[in-house]
Design a protein around this ligand. Structure first.
Ligand SMILES: *[C@@H]1O[C@H](CO)[C@@H](O)[C@H](O)[C@H]1NC(C)=O
Ligand SMILES: *[C@@H]1O[C@H](CO)[C@@H](O)[C@H](O)[C@H]1NC(C)=O
Ligand SMILES: *[C@@H]1O[C@H](CO)[C@@H](O)[C@H](O)[C@H]1NC(C)=O
Ligand SMILES: *[C@@H]1O[C@H](CO)[C@@H](O)[C@H](O)[C@H]1NC(C)=O
Ligand SMILES: *[C@@H]1O[C@H](CO)[C@@H](O)[C@H](O)[C@H]1NC(C)=O
Ligand SMILES: *[C@@H]1O[C@H](CO)[C@@H](O)[C@H](O)[C@H]1NC(C)=O
Ligand SMILES: [Zn+2]
Length: 348
C-alpha cells in the first residue's frame, strides 16, 4: 500500500488528518473524504424501498439504487428498459410500476456485463414472450458463448446502428467500436436529448479501476469525443448517483488527457540520468539487490514511472474528482501497459 504523507493530504483537506492511500486497498484503509466533489452533489436521496427516480421529461426516466442506473422510456406502445442491474433487482420493477401501468415491451442491453444487465430476466423471460430484447451483435455473441439464464441471448441485434421505434418514442442505438466492452453502445433518446453510455464516464469520479477495465483502451478514450458529437443535455453513465451532463464528459476527457501527458512526461524523465526515476540508476539498484531478475527490474521501473505519472495527475485532480487517491495509480499503470507510445496519443 502506497500512502501520501498526511502533510500532503492535510494541505488539501486542512481539517482532515486522513492519509490518502493508493494501490492495494484493504478494508481498514481511510481514503480522502468526498466533500466538495460532484460525487456528493450528484447523489440522489433514496426512498424507503431503496431506489430513486429522476424524471427526465416526455416519458424518460432514470432509476437508480444509488450505485447503478437504468434508463426507462414510457411509450404509447409499451415501456423500453435499458439495463437491469441485479443489485437493483425488483426495485426497478416497483419503480416502473409506480410510473406507469403500461407493460414493458423492450429490453436493451447497454453491454454484456452482468453487474449492469444481470437482472434482464426480470423483464425478458419465458412467461413474458412479448418482451423483445435488443443488443449489439458482439454482446449477443458474448451472451451466447457463455450462457446465463439471467441474461437471455438478445433477439434483435445490429452491427452499426439500430433505430428502436416504440409508439411515440424513439431510441437511437449506435455502436462506436470496441472500447470498455466488445459491444458497448451509445443509447440516445433524441426527443429528450438524453444520452446513455455505460461504464464510459463517471460523473464526479475518476474512471473505474484501470481505465474502466476496458478491453480496448484507445476505443474507450475515443468514446468521449464520440459522445460529445451528439446533441444531448443529460448523460447517464450507468453508475453513481443521478443524471449528469456534457460538462461531466468534458471533465473526464480532460482527466484522461492529463493522464496521457503526465505518463508521457514520466516516461521521458525515466530516459534521463535522474537518480530517482532514470532507468539506468534504477536498474543498477534493482539488479544489484536481485541479480539477473528481469521481472524485478521491470516491476520496479513500471511502478516508479507510474508513481511519478500519478503524482503529477494527483497534483491537479486529488480532491477534484473523487477516487483519484483510490484508482489514480491503476490508471497510470494501465496507461503505461497499453498505451506506451510517445509519438502520438494512443487513441489516434
Ligand atoms: C467532510 O464530510 C464529513 C462527513 O462526511 C465531515 O465529518 C467532515 O467534517 C467534512 N470535512 C470537511 C473538511 O469539510
Ligand atoms: C409518449 O407517450 C407516453 C405515454 O402516454 C407519455 O408519457 C410520453 O410523455 C410521450 N412522449 C412523447 C415524447 O411524446
Ligand atoms: C411502488 O413502489 C413500492 C415501493 O416503493 C412497491 O412496494 C410497490 O409494489 C410499487 N407499486 C407497483 C405497482 O409496482
Ligand atoms: C418475467 O417477466 C414478467 C414481466 O416483466 C415479470 O412480472 C416476472 O416477475 C418475470 N419472471 C421472473 C421469474 O422474474
Ligand atoms: C453540469 O452539471 C454541473 C454540476 O451539477 C454544473 O455545475 C454545470 O453547470 C452543468 N453544465 C451544463 C452545461 O449544464
Ligand atoms: C510520489 O509522491 C510521493 C508522496 O509525495 C513520494 O513519496 C514519491 O517519491 C513520489 N514518486 C515519485 C516517483 O516521484
Ligand atoms: Zn461494464
Amino acid at each position: 500500500m502506497k500512502c501520501l504523507s498526511s502533510t500532503v493530504a492535510s494541505l488539501l483537506f486542512w481539517a482532515n488528518a486522513a492519509i490518502a492511500c493508493t494501490g492495494f486497498a484493504t478494508r481498514h484503509d481511510i481514503f480522502l473524504p468526498l466533500n466538495g466533489t460532484l460525487a456528493v452533489e450528484n447523489q440522489l436521496p433514496l426512498n424507503a424501498a431503496g431506489y430513486a427516480v429522476s424524471n427526465l421529461g416526455r416519458g424518460a426516466y432514470m432509476i437508480t439504487d444509488g450505485v447503478y442506473q437504468s434508463f426507462v422510456l414510457v411509450s404509447t406502445a409499451g415501456v423500453v428498459v435499458v439495463d437491469a442491474p441485479p443489485t437493483t433487482g425488483h426495485k426497478l420493477q416497483w419503480a416502473i410500476g409506480n410510473i406507469t401501468s403500461t407493460p414493458v415491451r423492450w429490453f436493451v442491453y447497454s453491454h454484456s456485463h452482468a453487474d449492469h444487465v444481470g437482472g434482464a430476466y426480470l423483464f425478458a423471460n419465458q412467461s413474458n414472450p412479448k418482451v423483445k430484447t435488443v443488443a449489439h451483435a458482439n454482446t449477443a455473441s458474448q451472451l451466447a458463448e457463455r450462457p446465463d439464464p439471467n441474461r437471455p441471448v438478445p433477439q434483435i441485434t445490429f452491427k452499426d446502428r439500430y433505430e428502436l421505434v416504440a409508439g411515440n418514442q424513439t431510441l437511437e442505438l449506435f455502436f462506436p467500436g470496441i472500447g470498455h466492452d466488445l459491444g458497448n453502445i451509445i443509447v440516445y433518446a433524441p426527443k429528450q436529448k438524453v444520452l446513455m453510455m455505460v461504464d464510459q464516464v463517471y460523473a464526479g469520479w475518476v474512471p473505474f479501476e484501470s481505465l474502466a477495465a476496458s478491453v480496448y483502451v484507445p476505443g474507450w478514450i475515443r468514446g468521449h469525443d464520440q459522445i460529445l458529437s451528439y446533441d444531448f443535455d443529460v448523460y447517464l453513465g450507468g453508475h453513481l448517483g443521478g443524471p449528469a451532463n456534457r460538462t461531466a464528459v468534458e471533465v473526464q476527457r480532460e482527466y484522461v488527457n492529463d493522464v496521457f501527458n503526465n505518463c508521457a512526461a514520466a516516461l521521458i524523465k525515466s530516459g534521463t540520468n535522474d537518480p530517482a526515476v532514470g532507468i539506468a540508476a534504477l536498474s543498477a539498484d534493482v539488479l544489484g539487490n536481485n541479480p539477473n531478475n528481469a521481472w524485478a527490474q521491470f516491476a520496479a521501473y513500471l511502478d516508479t514511472v507510474a508513481d511519478l505519472c500519478n503524482n503529477m495527475t494527483s497534483a491537479k485532480w486529488l480532491g477534484r474528482l473523487a477516487g483519484q487517491d483510490i484508482f489514480g495509480y491503476s490508471h497510470a499503470v494501465f496507461y503505461l501497459l497499453v498505451c506506451n507510445r510517445l509519438s502520438a496519443p494512443c487513441w489516434m
